[in-house]
Design a protein. Structure first.
Length: 264
């Protein structure tokens, strides 16, 4: 059986269409399906302003919706293309929005927004496997959606440190519980890399204080050390793209729209 794994597509249909799809039985995605250029621009502008002690820019509701819709529309385009070729299993990265977040954000900006999760669930040949075990022809796959590991907050020290750390501790505890439930899987699909492995920040547009630091998850690293999944696929830190053999595990950071085909 051939399984194709694609790293963070970010709406890049040009690159996706270059991937050989012949005889593929299943497609796995590491999250960040849609383009997030506007989201990233808005986020990094204010990160930089906070670092310089400047007041944050308040983007208009229309600008915020435009950024949201850029991600949504390009996500749907990617999925609609791939689902015609093979069953698609995906997790969410930090670009995708849950139903709860979408509803809250829509109310905050005062404009209607489409529900990505509901619309993906209606599509044939598509499964969202956030924090779920899935089986495909006997292969056991664990899907772990993006979360903020508390080690990230401690390392990168965002301005609202106390609140972010409190929230991250809850997310970290939840992720640990999910991974404990997974136990042994054939394939782990997660968004961020394990801490210290293919996770060093060197992205040119990242804040200077971030560069050279490890942005991966310690919870994921601990799980790999304990359960030794044969395959781990991630993305998120695009500049960390590469392969690392770690104990019995083959770890691939597929970066930005790179791919790997495995016979299993």
């Amino acid at each position: 059986m051939k399984i194709l794994i694609i790293g963070d597509p970010h709406g890049n249909m040009g690159e996706i269409k270059k991937i050989p799809m012949k005889d593929i039985d299943l497609i796995l995605l590491t999250g960040d399906l849609g383009r997030a250029d506007l989201m990233r621009k808005q986020a990094f502008v204010n990160i930089d302003r906070r670092k310089r002690g400047l007041t944050e820019i308040e983007f208009s509701s229309k600008e915020k919706k435009r950024a949201f819709m850029e991600a949504y529309d390009t996500t749907m385009k990617v999925v609609k293309y791939l689902m015609r070729l093979a069953p698609v299993y995906t997790i969410y990265g930090n670009v995708e929005s849950s139903n709860a977040y979408t509803k809250k954000y829509s109310k905050e900006i005062g404009l209607p927004l489409p529900s990505l999760t509901n619309n993906l669930k209606r599509m044939r040949n598509v499964k969202v496997i956030n924090n779920r075990l899935a089986k495909f022809k006997g292969i056991k796959i664990g899907g772990l959606e993006y979360f903020i590991d508390d080690i990230w907050v401690k390392t990168f020290k965002p301005s609202n440190y106390s609140d972010r750390l409190k929230s991250a501790k809850k997310e970290t505890a939840k992720a640990k519980k999910i991974l404990n439930y997974f136990r042994k899987v054939d394939i782990l699909v997660c968004h961020q890399p394990p801490h210290g492995i293919l996770d060093k920040v060197t992205f040119a547009q990242a804040p200077k204080s971030w560069k050279g630091k490890h942005a991966g998850s310690k919870v994921i690293l601990d799980y790999i050390k304990k359960e030794h999944p044969p395959y781990v696929f991630c993305g998120h830190i695009h500049e960390g793209e590469g392969y690392k053999k770690f104990g019995k595990s083959n770890i691939y950071n597929l970066g930005f729209c790179k791919h790997k085909i495995i016979d299993i």
